[in-house]
Ligand binder design. Structure first.
Ligand code: ADP
Ligand code: MG
Length: 813
């Protein structure tokens, strides 16, 4: 077979033959009926011809057109799993991998290991039986490390390519090289890139990426018109505004589901709670008015069901918030000028009150980390006689389709993760989304009938402040973990790697430099090849500084549980809260600041030198020894954020899994609850930390320094910054002022502060990272000098040449 497209300077590529046999599938009638409604079904022939005849195909189609659920089935039926090969589908989100696998299994009438999912270290994959495998893009990226040509697969489908996650971008780059090699070997691998938007230039017109232009298929989504209503003014509080808008729609507009877009889990929960509370109250009012007993019993059953739902969903809600609800409702009845879209009748409150409340609002949350069974409720029809209202984050924008949505309420904002270029510390910012994403959100209505989209911002804001497309993740993130991953694939010249959108070359340079400092890359090799240590580090899906700590700790397995706990805690933002708590003393309740409490908590000696790290370790330990019941009170007592502790537990579990595969003998040590480390262990833990934090070291400066025209004492000098920094007041070491420290974060307010601090000894740096030190002549009683010389390398004059160079941690000092 010959490819149908070819460019002038490229020879025609022989595409190996398509599979010959078809696979029979027995689908239920119900499934048949649902499938036949999907836009993609009529295109099956066209799509399959394109895939048979081309190695790379791009399928563009609106969300809900059936790409994710149907394309794997087309390929399966056409015989692409014959001969023991699999069809692999990657998703940027774990949720999607899980829910889509189970949906496709159901549609194909196959088991959950025949159509399996794999996310990080959990999944239903079985070597003997799996023929279709859904996975996160990160999982496939790891598989490439073990089998570069992905020989177990006949087809790879990259889903949600428009989201442009780093892993998806890198996979597309890798596959652009893997596909031709597999073709040459007469063992073809088909690549299908699926995208919900038409923004495909980076994939299609990038000759650096695909030598042959990929075949493009557009699926015509049968979309009904959606009327867009902009707010006249842009409100400050979009949650408030969203709440009001949903109330209006529910009270005044005809049947049809409502989908609300906000930015995060907490917002989803607060809004769900308010809506449930409001409409549950109104349901009660109506029941009391109802004369007919038959009706009444039916209603109260419904109501009970709904309020049980809400109880199970509530999470933690600010009580103050609840008190305001009644007044909000009253205010809402009046209808505010300028905030209401044209087709909601502002003045007709009474007419609204009649029709409206007879129908309860069935409110469901949807966000990425919601359990999958709760998530799947959005696919079920709401209880009869209720109106569905889904309050969602970005997940509902493209990866999950909810049927029968007629009204969209869009706050226009998105929560984006940003990384500080200097420190790599990530922060979330809530900002205006892109025009492309606002239009995606709009498109969620109008799939089954004409719809309406209420944008809670003005058209001027849309025109002036919204960018066209969100930039791909790869240009926003520090890339040290990505660089390490590619180096494990022996892709050394990263400037030549076919990224769909290349990251900043400087960012790659910075990443390489950090990895060299961590000894993960070989400084002497011209292309900075990966070292043995680097390979061991790459096994862990965390920042390389932390994975270095995990590798070093393997030399002393007793330390591993602590390092795992610590690294997990350090990978989560804002574990500790601030403020005061009440404690009992001599039968009296007194208020104590959390900072003071933690100071007492950790004690003296080595533990104090371990500083804020000791606090984190104690926090994890306290949770470990409590029961699930007491967890919340432990959190409140010590000022720990409960969600952070949950996240830490997940990361810990994952890291333990990986360490177990490396050191199977110490499984028992890893699974035991954390006991407090002894003095000697703490000292070794500090050393391990110092070995990982090679670029985050600071030395106390003698005497006062000038800051913005004022003298300031107790300043520190870091390796990274010219200006002096200070220990953050929240640190347990703020009064200790150790001569040398390592820190996790730089945080700027009126001064630059270092946070999450641990005291270290300078000799450790020489012992553990000799390559970072330059050695000067030995002087008589020399003062230790620690300053920047070329390359921001560490200068430590006191050390003598010929000191033993070893990875061994040595004895505790
Ligand atoms: P696309 O990938 O093009 O966005 P999908 O294949 O995800 O489209 O969805 C196709 C249809 O399948 C949609 O109408 C969606 O509602 C439905 N669907 C997807 N998952 C489920 C599920 N778990 N249960 C019921 N319907 C589902
Ligand atoms: Mg999809």
């Amino acid at each position: 077979r010959q490819s149908s497209t070819s460019s002038i300077d490229e020879p025609k590529v022989e595409i190996p033959a398509r599979p010959h046999a078809n696979v029979q599938v027995e689908r239920s009638e119900e499934i048949q009926a649902i499938r036949s409604q999907l836009p993609i079904i009529t295109e099956e022939q066209v799509i399959m011809e394109a895939i048979h005849d081309n190695l790379v195909v791009l399928v563009c189609g609106e969300t809900g057109s059936g790409k994710t659920t149907q394309l794997p089935q087309f390929l399966y039926e056409a015989g692409y799993t014959m001969g023991g090969k699999m069809i692999g589908i990657t998703e940027p989100r774990r949720v999607a991998a899980i829910s889509m696998a189970s949906r496709v299994a159901h549609e194909l009438n196959l088991t959950n290991d025949q159509v399996s999912y794999q996310i990080r270290y959990e999944g239903t994959f079985k070597k003997e039986s799996t023929c279709i495998k859904f996975m996160t893009d990160g999982v496939l990226l790891k598989e490439v490390q073990n089998d570069f040509l992905l020989t177990n697969y006949s087809c790879i489908l990259i889903d949600e390519a428009h989201e442009r996650s780093v892993a998806t971008d890198v996979l597309i780059g890798l596959l652009s090289r893997i596909v031709p090699i597999r073709c040459q070997r007469n063992d073809p691998l088909r690549l299908v890139i699926m995208s919900a938007t038409m923004r495909i230039e980076e994939f299609v017109n990038n000759r650096h990426l695909f030598k042959l232009k990929p075949k493009i298929i557009n699926i015509d989504a049968r979309q009904y018109p959606v009327t867009v209503h902009f707010n006249k003014k842009t409100p400050k509080n979009y949650i408030e505004e969203a709440y009001k808008k949903v109330c209006k729609i529910h009270r005044q507009l005809p049947k049809g589901g409502i989908l609300v877009f906000v930015t995060g889990q907490q917002e989803v929960q607060v809004l769900c709670h308010r809506l449930r509370k409001t409409f549950a109250m109104q349901t009660t009012a109506i029941e009391n008015d109802e004369a007919e007993p038959k009706f009444k019993s039916k209603r109260s059953k419904k109501k009970k069901q709904i309020s049980m739902e809400s109880k199970s969903e509530l999470g933690i809600i600010d009580e103050e918030e609840l008190e305001h609800i009644q007044s909000d409702v009253d205010e809402d009845e009046g209808g505010k000028e300028g905030s209401i879209a044209s087709d909601i009748d502002d003045d007709d409150d009474d007419a609204g009150v009649e029709g409206i409340t007879s129908e309860p609002l069935y409110v469901l949350p949807l966000y990425a980390i919601l359990s999958s069974e709760k998530q799947s409720r959005v696919f079920e029809s709401p209880p009869t006689g209720t109106r569905l209202c889904v309050v969602a984050t970005n997940v509902a924008e493209t990866s999950i389709t909810i049927s029968d949505v007629k009204y969209i309420v869009d706050c226009g904002k998105v929560k984006t993760k940003y990384y500080d270029k200097l420190t790599g510390v990530s922060t979330f910012r809530i900002e205006w989304t892109s025009k492309a994403s606002a239009n995606q959100r709009m498109g969620r209505a109008g799939r089954t009938a004409p719809g309406h989209c209420y944008r809670l911002y003005s058209s001027a804001v849309y025109n002036d402040s919204f960018i066209e497309y969100s930039p791909p993740e790869i240009v926003r993130k520090p890339v040290e973990d990505l660089v390490l991953q590619l180096k494990t694939l022996n892709i050394d010249r990263l400037a030549n790697f076919p990224f769909p959108t290349p990251p900043d070359l400087k960012a790659i340079g910075v990443a390489e430099q950090i990895l060299v400092q961590l000894s993960a890359l070989d400084e002497k090799s011209p292309t900075k090849k990966i070292t043995e240590l680097g390979r061991r580090m790459a096994a862990f899906p965390i920042n390389p500084r932390y994975s270095k700590m995990l590798v070093i700790a393997q030399e002393n397995p007793a330390l591993l549980p602590y390092i795992i706990a610590l690294v997990a805690a350090l990978s989560v933002n804002e574990v500790l809260t601030s403020g005061h708590v009440k404690v009992k003393k001599d039968n009296q309740e007194i208020s104590v600041s959390l900072d003071d409490l933690r100071q007492q908590w950790i004690g003296q000696g080595e533990a104090l030198s371990f500083g804020d790290m000791m606090v984190l370790l104690k926090a994890v330990g306290a949770i470990d020894h409590g029961s699930a019941k007491t967890e919340l009170s432990v959190c409140t007592h010590y000022g720990l954020r409960p969600k952070a502790m949950t996240e830490i537990r997940k990361i810990r579990r994952q890291l333990i899994q990986i360490v177990k595969t490396i050191l199977p003998d110490i499984a028992a040590i890893l699974d035991a609850p954390l006991v407090p480390p002894n003095e000697q262990q703490i000292c070794l833990l500090r050393k391990v930390l110092a070995a990982g934090m090679v670029d985050r070291l600071a030395k106390r400066l003698e005497g006062p320094v000038m800051i913005k025209g004022h003298k300031a004492n107790n300043a520190y000098q870091t390796l990274l910054l010219e200006e002096p920094v200070f220990i953050h007041p929240s640190s347990v070491l703020v009064n200790e002022l150790p001569p040398f420290v390592c820190y996790q974060q730089l945080h700027e307010t009126n001064r630059i502060f270092i946070k999450d601090i641990c005291a270290i000894q300078m000799d450790w740096i020489v012992q553990l990272n000799p390559h970072l030190c330059s050695f000067g002549p030995i002087e008589e009683n020399p003062p230790p000098r620690y300053d920047e010389i070329q390359d921001k390398m560490l200068c430590y004059r006191k050390a003598s040449i010929g000191q033993r160079v070893s990875w061994s941690l040595g004895p505790a000092i």
